[in-house]
Design a protein around this ligand. Structure first.
Ligand code: ADP
Length: 234
């Protein structure tokens, strides 16, 4: 019943929240294709290349939104079953940093984790959550701004964190940024559907963790708190 209720709630929020993010790329793609097919106009090579760039960019945007929607609905519908296992923190963070350096070129990402630290989580879900946080850190700060992917160990818990040197998050946005479809008011040209952090929260809660955010004039810091583990069973 609870899963059904949540799926229903998701559908209504989906309709109100996402229609713009689905429609606006489709409109742009359709307009670019129509222009390209219009043989009453002698488009230059550059014009054509610009239209194709619009089609490519908007298709990527649409694909990302649809992927996020499917992921969110799988998470909310109870279709994702976590498999908890001991995970060594430092190699995990190194792997995320390597994968993220491919999607965020030109960024210096530093890993700062004590060696030999282990936690308990589902590898795939935790990796995806961290990846989303690193992508946001790059997306909302300027090229050249440092990003740290780190870990701390305290009283049987491990805190993983992602810090950036961006503008931080205004006080009025802080209570809402993990909500579905919520976007900060200052975003201007930075595009997104407001689903990245909602997916992070759903994934982290599914593996028994908690995600939080702090912000200062130095930048934003997102933390994921999880149970520590003694390491692999002998
Ligand atoms: P999106 O990026 O599509 O807007 P998210 O759910 O990933 O959606 O983020 C929600 C909002 O949180 C963003 O619109 C932005 O205002 C804010 N935000 C997220 N990460 C950061 C960050 N590292 N620095 C500043 N603001 C951020």
């Amino acid at each position: 019943m609870e899963a059904l209720r949540r799926a229903d709630e998701f559908k209504s929020i989906l309709l109100s929240g996402v229609s713009h993010d689905l429609r606006s790329p489709l409109t742009a793609i359709k307009a670019a294709v129509q222009s390209l097919r219009d043989d009453t106009v002698a488009w230059t090579r550059e014009d054509r290349s610009n239209f194709l760039a619009v089609i490519e960019g908007e298709t990527d945007r649409l694909t990302a939104t649809v992927q996020n929607l499917l992921e969110m609905s799988r998470l909310e519908g109870g279709a994702v079953k976590p498999r908890l296992e001991p995970i060594e923190v430092e190699p995990l963070l190194e792997e995320i940093a390597l994968a993220s350096s491919r999607t965020t070129p030109g960024r210096t990402l530093r890993v700062d984790a004590p060696a030999g630290l282990w936690l308990q989580a589902d590898y795939g879900l935790l990796a995806q959550a961290l990846h989303n946080l690193v992508e946001n850190a790059a997306k909302y700060s300027k090229p050249g701004g440092g990003i740290v992917l780190g870990a701390e160990n305290r009283a049987g818990r491990v805190t993983l964190f992602v810090t950036d040197e961006g503008p931080g998050i205004p006080e009025r946005d802080l209570p809402h940024i993990f909500e579905k479809f919520y976007r900060g008011e200052h975003q201007g040209k930075i595009k997104g559907a407001g689903l990245g952090l909602a997916i992070v929260r759903a994934m982290v809660e599914l593996i028994g963790g908690r995600v939080s955010v702090e912000s200062s004039e130095k930048g934003a810091r997102f933390s994921i708190d999880l149970p520590a583990s003694a390491g692999p069973r002998p």
